[in-house]
Design a protein around this ligand. Sequence first.
Ligand SMILES: Cc1cc2nc3c(=O)[nH]c(=O)nc-3n(C[C@H](O)[C@H](O)[C@H](O)COP(=O)(O)OP(=O)(O)OC[C@H]3O[C@@H](n4cnc5c(N)ncnc54)[C@H](O)[C@@H]3O)c2cc1C
Length: 317
Amino acid sequence: MLVDRLSRWLFLTAADSRLLKAAATRYGMRGPGSPAGRFIGGRDIPEAIESARALEQRGMTHTFNYLGEHVRTTDAAAEATMAYERVIDEVRAAGMECNLSIKLTQLGLELDPGLCEANLEQILDRAGASGCFVRVDMEHSALLEETLRITVAAHARHPDVGTVLQSMLRRTPDDLARLNEAGVPVRLVKGAYREEPDIAFPEKRDVDRAFIRLAETMLEDGAEPAFGTHDPRMIRAVNTAAAARGISAERYEFQMLYGVRRDLQAALGARGYGIRIYLPFGADWFPYFMRRLAERPANVLFVVRSLLHEQLGAHRP
Ligand SMILES: Cc1cc2nc3c(=O)[nH]c(=O)nc-3n(C[C@H](O)[C@H](O)[C@H](O)COP(=O)(O)OP(=O)(O)OC[C@H]3O[C@@H](n4cnc5c(N)ncnc54)[C@H](O)[C@@H]3O)c2cc1C
């Protein structure tokens, strides 16, 4: 338990480090066998589309995330906005369903909320014309209020906009009531960021209990409920709660991260549950990858094994 907490702390600290990010990005994802490659769906849009097609062939849907967060210049925010417009165009040209997951700090939320809103609006105009759903990811709690405000306002103009709530936060039942009232689709997750105990449950069992209670509310009152988890206990609880309310599996979906619990993704898909895979792509993979390591210490062993394999492989004749 102590080791788990320590490793979580370590990797979440690394996720925030600009120095490590710069070094890692230079090292890059050197091919499909690289450790980060397991969790990242490609370096660019064509590679992401190829990964999405492979998911579709296995009966799953997807949501594209162009990796990036906490941009420091308005140019970088504009670049991300244009990248998302290109994603919409290219995904549509490929004849695929279009569903995006976007972080507002990538669109400049920390520089200027007005600019961020304008960038989001630009993406939503393009998305609306293409029948593309846009989900606003939830980041650290310091950004929560502004993220909700922007998302609710955007949803009033564009119905195909949703967001994410985190069961680890004590305030989430109130936020869920607000979003349900406004008809905003919610993806429920446990929460991937480091938070203080006065606002977040420090114990995993409390986060899990809250997840189940919130899931029940979403099934009863939510628009297009989505559950972002790989936890078989949460999945069972959602299915049991839905069955008890006579809600069929087509009325909600599970969402999982690319490369995580692929066995579970396949097993649930085979049982007829809707599975949407969060498909991140692009060069800015380091913070996302560190959060995945923080979630599961066993992933670190996977990374070490991959690196050793790469090194040994490189020295073989
Ligand atoms: C589609 C999707 C979107 C998300 N969007 C957001 C968001 O917008 N904001 C946010 O704060 N968080 C987001 N998250 C992350 C989420 O908050 C959790 O940190 C993450 O999903 C791990 O929690 P869990 O529910 O899977 O259960 P846990 O209790 O953490 O894990 C349950 C089991 O799942 C497996 N598992 C979990 N994580 C991993 C991993 N990284 N690698 C390998 N196996 C793993 C393990 O078998 C583990 O025992 C998202 C998650 C998903 C699936």
